[in-house]
Write a protein that binds this ligand. Structure first.
Ligand code: GPV
Length: 798
C-alpha cells in the first residue's frame, strides 16, 4: 500500500477532527485509537470490495470457516503489518507527538472465544487471507465476550466483558444482508396438485440475523477476506410475530454472551439456540450467494466448502439439507450427496465431557424440521450400515441414542472429512475414540496438525526478535516461515547467541515492568521465567507445576544455601465459572504465591506471578519473555496445544509430556532441545484399561510426594483449608485421575536438568536458537495450505 508519513499525518489530523470536533492533542487514548482505526479501515475498503468482486467474477471456490469462537486479539497492528504500513504509521504518530504503542493499547481486545479453539480460528483467518485463499469466517457477534477475571482474596471472580463499550471501528453492519432464522412452531407436510410434498412451518418464532463484517487483511498481498459475525435482532414487518416483552428479551439473549466453557459440554437450551442461529444464518447467506451464480445445484460443492470447527456448528448439516429439500425442492439423495461433499469437520478433543449431546426432546421442540431431518439421516444411516457391519456397529454409530443426539456422530456421517489437530490426537481418534467410524469411513480420516501465525506471535509480539532475525538471516522468513531454519547456521555464533539473550532479557524486563506496575511484585529479569498459560483444567495439570514449586520451596527451606537458579513461575488461566475444582486450584496458586513471595528466607529464588485476566493481549506480553514453556498435560489428553508453538517460536524451551503437538515439536527440535518427561500415551491407556494405578501407594512410598501433598492439609499454606483438603483428596483418596503423582519424579528430574543447563548460558541460548530455527513448520500458513489442498480443494489466487 503506497502511503507516506506526511500524507498519514495530514489524514490522521483530519480524521480525528472530523470525528471529535477538536484536535488529537486533546483526545483520550481511546479517541486517538478510534481515529486511527477508522482511518485504517478507510484505507483498505477499496481492496476489500474488489477482493469480493473478483471472487464473484472468477466464480472462485470459497471456503467458509464456521466457528462458535474467534479470538482475533487487537487488530490495529495486525492490519497495519499486513497492509505493509506499520512502520510508516508508527513514524507518523511519533512525529505527531503521540505514543503509537499506547494508542494501540486503546483498542479493546475482543474476547469472543475461550482459548485454543477460538485463537486457532483467528490464526487460520489470518493465514487464509495471507496465503491468498478465498475464505471467510462465520460466527457470532456476542454482545459480551469471555468474562473479565479478577482475583479477590485469591479467588476468581467474573465480571462482564463489555467489549463494545467504545465504537468498534473494524466492523461494518450489513442490514441489507440480514436473514430470518426460525425456531419452534410446527411442521406441516402437504402434497400439492402434482403430489409433490411441500413443507410448511407454522407458528414459528422468527429472529432477524444481522451480519457484522470485519475485514481479514492478507499479508502484503492485496487479499481482504471477510469475517461475518451474526447478531440477533427483532424482525420488523410481517416476520415480527412476538407478542410479549419476554419473547423480545429472549431474542436479544441469543447473542448476548459467550458461554465460558472450554472443552466442556453443558446441555443448555440457550447454547443450542446460539448454535443453530449462526449455522442457519451462515448457510442461508452462502446459498443466497450461490444462487446468484445461476449454476446447477450439483456444482454447489465445486464452489463451496464449509468447515465446522468442532461440533458446535454441526446443525449446519441438517440446515443445508433443509434448504435444499424444502426450499429448493431437491430430492433426498441429491441433497445428501451435496451436503456431504460440502462439509468437513475438525475434532478438537477426545475428552468425553466435551462431547456435545443434545436431548432429543429439546431439539424436537426447538427445531422441529431440523429434528425430522436428523432422525431421517439417522434412520438411513442405520438401515444402510446393518447389512454391511451388523447390528451392533450400526447402532453404536447411531446419531440418536437413548434420547440423545450425538453431535460428533452427525458431524462425521454428514461430512466427507474428519480431522484431528495433531498426529497423536488423530491416531487416538482412529484407534480409540472414533474407531467405529474409522472402520466404516477410513477415507474420511486425516490429520491436520495445528499451527500459529508468526505474524502476530513473532512480528507483532516480539519486535526485538524480528529485528535480530532480519539482521541475521534476512527477511524471507516473513513470507516463507520455513526459511527461519537459516538461523541454524548460527548456532555456534557467539555474537548471535548473545544477541538472542539480549533480546530475551529486554522482553523479560518489559514483562517485569508490567508485573511491578500492576501487581506490585518485583521480579528479577535474569531469573528463569517459567510460563504456563492456558485455561485452568485438571487435565492440563497446573497442579503438577504447583507440586514442583512446593517441592522446591521445601528443599530451599531445608537448605537455603542450595544454588538453584532464580525462578519466576508465571501463570495465566481462567477457570469456567462453574468448574469448582479449577477455581480451587486458582485459589491454591494465589495462596502459595502469597506465602512464598513474602518469605524472606526464599528471597527471589522463587517468585510466583499469577496474572489476572489472561487473554490474547497478555499472551503477547508474556510469550516473548518466557524461558520455559510448560506443556505438561497428561499424555493423550491435550489434542494439540498451540501455546507450545507460540512459545517455541519465541525461543522458550518446552518442558513437555509426549502429548498433542509436543510430540511433533520434539521431532523437529530433537531430544537435545526439549525437556521430555512422564508417562507415554500408551502407558496411560494401559493403566486406565487395567485399573492398576494406585496413587495412594505412591503417596505412601514417595516421601517427597508425601511431604508436598501434606502441605495442602497441614496448615502450612494459610487460607486454603477447604481447597487444600479437596485437592488432596482428589489426588490421594480419589486416585489422581491425571497421574500427577506418577509423573512427579520424572518432572522434577526434568526441571533439575533445566536448572543445570540454564546456568550454562551458551548452551541455553543455543537451545533457544534451535527452537526458533525449528518453529517454521508450525506456521498456520502450512496448516492452512494442507486444509486447502487436501480437504477444501481450493487454490490460492495467483
Ligand atoms: I473441544 N479446545 C478448546 O480450546 N476448546 C474446546 O472447546 C475444545 C478444544 C482446544 C484443545 O483443547 C487444544 O488441545 C487444541 O490445541 C485447540 O483446541 C485447537 O485445536
Amino acid at each position: 500500500m503506497a502511503f507516506n508519513v506526511q500524507e498519514f499525518k495530514k489524514e490522521y489530523t483530519k480524521k480525528f477532527e472530523e470525528l471529535f470536533a477538536y484536535g488529537y492533542d486533546e483526545g483520550s487514548t481511546t479517541e486517538r485509537f478510534i481515529a486511527l482505526g477508522d482511518l485504517v479501515r478507510g484505507l483498505y475498503t477499496e481492496e476489500w470490495k474488489s477482493t469480493v468482486e473478483d471472487y464473484i467474477a472468477d466464480q472462485s471456490k470459497q471456503v467458509y470457516y464456521f466457528s462458535m469462537e474467534f479470538l482475533p486479539g487487537r487488530m490495529l497492528k495486525s492490519n497495519l503489518l499486513n497492509l505493509g504500513i506499520l512502520d510508516c504509521v508508527r513514524e507518523g504518530m511519533q512525529e505527531l507527538g503521540l505514543d503509537f504503542d499506547e494508542v494501540a493499547r486503546g483498542e479493546v481486545d475482543p474476547a469472543l472465544g475461550n482459548g485454543g479453539l477460538g485463537r486457532l480460528a483467528s490464526c487460520f483467518m489470518d493465514s487464509i487471507a495471507s496465503t491468498g485463499l478465498a475464505g471467510h469466517g462465520n460466527g457470532i457477534r456476542y454482545r459480551y465476550g469471555l468474562f473479565q477475571q479478577k482475583f479477590v482474596n485469591g479467588y476468581q471472580i467474573e465480571l462482564p466483558e463489555n467489549w463494545l463499550r467504545n465504537r468498534n471501528v473494524w466492523e461494518v453492519r450489513k442490514e441489507n444482508k440480514a436473514v430470518i432464522v426460525r425456531f419452534g412452531g410446527q411442521v406441516n407436510l402437504a402434497a400439492d396438485e402434482d403430489g409433490k410434498m411441500t413443507v410448511r412451518y407454522e407458528n414459528t418464532r422468527n429472529i432477524l440475523a444481522v451480519p457484522y463484517d470485519t475485514a481479514q487483511v492478507g499479508y502484503k498481498n492485496g487479499v481482504i477476506n471477510n469475517l461475518r459475525l451474526w447478531s440477533a435482532e427483532i424482525p420488523y414487518g410481517e416476520e415480527a410475530n412476538f407478542s410479549t416483552v419476554e419473547e423480545r428479551d429472549d431474542v436479544m439473549r441469543i447473542t448476548e454472551v459467550l458461554y465460558p466453557d472450554d472443552s466442556n459440554y453443558e446441555g443448555r437450551l440457550l447454547r443450542v439456540k446460539q448454535e443453530y442461529f449462526f449455522s442457519s444464518a451462515g448457510i442461508q447467506s452462502i446459498i443466497r450467494y450461490f444462487k446468484k451464480l445461476k449454476l446447477d445445484w450439483n456444482q454447489f460443492p465445486e464452489k463451496t466448502a464449509i468447515h465446522i470447527n468442532d461440533t458446535h456448528p454441526t446443525l449446519a448439516i441438517p440446515e443445508l439439507m433443509r434448504i435444499l429439500l424444502d426450499e429448493e425442492g431437491l430430492g433426498w439423495d441429491q441433497a445428501w450427496e451435496i451436503t456431504k461433499k460440502t462439509i468437513s469437520y475438525t475434532n478438537h478433543t477426545i475428552l468425553q465431557e466435551a462431547m456435545e449431546r443434545w436431548p432429543e426432546g429439546m431439539i424436537a421442540e426447538l427445531l422441529p424440521r431440523i429434528y425430522q431431518i436428523i432422525a431421517e439421516i439417522n434412520r438411513r444411516h442405520i438401515e444402510k450400515k446393518i447389512p454391511i457391519y451388523g447390528n451392533e456397529l450400526a447402532y453404536r454409530t447411531a446419531i440418536i441414542d437413548q434420547g440423545q443426539i450425538k453431535m460428533a456422530n452427525l458431524a462425521i456421517i454428514g461430512s466427507h472429512s474428519v480431522n484431528g489437530v495433531a498426529q497423536l490426537h488423530t491416531d487416538i481418534l482412529m484407534a480409540e475414540t472414533l474407531h467405529d467410524f474409522f472402520v466404516m469411513y477410513p477415507q474420511k480420516f486425516n490429520n491436520k496438525t495445528n499451527g500459529i501465525t508468526q505474524r502476530r506471535w513473532v512480528q507483532i509480539a516480539n519486535e526485538a526478535l524480528t529485528d535480530l532475525l532480519d539482521d541475521t538471516i534476512g527477511a524471507e522468513w516473513k513470507k516463507n516461515p520455513l526459511e527461519i531454519r537459516l538461523l541454524k547456521a548460527f548456532r555456534e555464533d557467539e555474537e548471535v547467541l548473545e544477541a538472542l539473550e539480549t533480546v530475551k532479557l529486554k522482553n523479560k524486563q518489559r514483562f517485569a515492568d508490567y508485573v511491578l506496575k500492576t501487581m506490585g511484585i518485583e521480579i528479577d529479569p535474569t531469573a528463569i521465567f517459567d510460563v504456563q498459560i492456558k485455561r485452568m483444567h485438571a487435565y492440563k495439570r497446573q497442579l503438577l507445576n504447583v507440586m514442583h514449586i512446593l517441592d522446591r520451596y521445601l528443599q530451599l527451606k531445608d537448605d537455603p544455601s542450595l544454588d538453584f537458579p532464580k525462578r519466576v513461575f508465571i501463570f495465566g488461566a481462567k477457570a469456567a465459572p462453574s468448574y469448582y475444582y479449577a477455581k480451587e486450584i486458582i485459589k491454591l496458586i494465589n495462596a502459595i504465591a502469597d506465602l512464598i513471595n513474602n518469605d524472606s528466607t526464599i528471597g527471589d529464588k522463587i517468585k510466583i506471578v499469577f496474572v489476572e485476566n489472561y487473554g490474547v493481549s497478555l499472551a503477547e506480553l508474556i510469550i516473548p519473555a518466557a524461558d520455559i514453556s510448560e506443556q505438561i498435560s497428561l499424555a493423550g489428553k491435550e489434542a494439540s496445544g498451540t501455546s507450545n508453538m507460540k512459545l517455541m517460536s519465541n525461543g522458550a524451551i518446552t518442558m513437555a509430556t509426549l502429548d498433542g503437538a509436543n510430540v511433533e515439536i520434539r521431532d523437529n527440535v530433537g531430544d537435545e532441545n526439549i525437556f521430555v518427561f512422564g508417562l507415554k500415551s500408551e502407558e496411560v491407556q494401559s493403566y486406565y484399561r487395567n485399573g492398576n494405578y494406585h496413587a495412594y501407594d505412591i503417596y505412601e512410598k514417595n516421601p517427597r510426594v508425601k511431604r508436598v501433598l501434606n502441605m495442602l492439609v497441614d496448615g502450612s499454606i494459610p487460607g486454603i483449608e477447604q481447597e487444600g483438603r479437596d485437592i488432596f483428596d482428589s489426588l490421594v483418596k480419589f486416585n489422581d485421575e491425571y497421574f500427577l503423582l506418577k509423573d512427579f519424579d520424572s518432572y522434577i528430574a526434568a526441571q533439575y536438568s533445566a536448572d543445570r543447563i540454564y546456568a550454562d548460558r551458551g548452551k541455553w541460548n543455543r537451545m533457544a536458537l534451535m527452537n526458533i530455527a525449528n518453529s517454521g513448520p508450525f506456521s498456520s500458513d502450512y496448516t492452512i495450505r494442507r486444509y486447502a489442498d487436501e480437504i477444501w480443494k481450493i487454490k490460492p489466487k495467483s
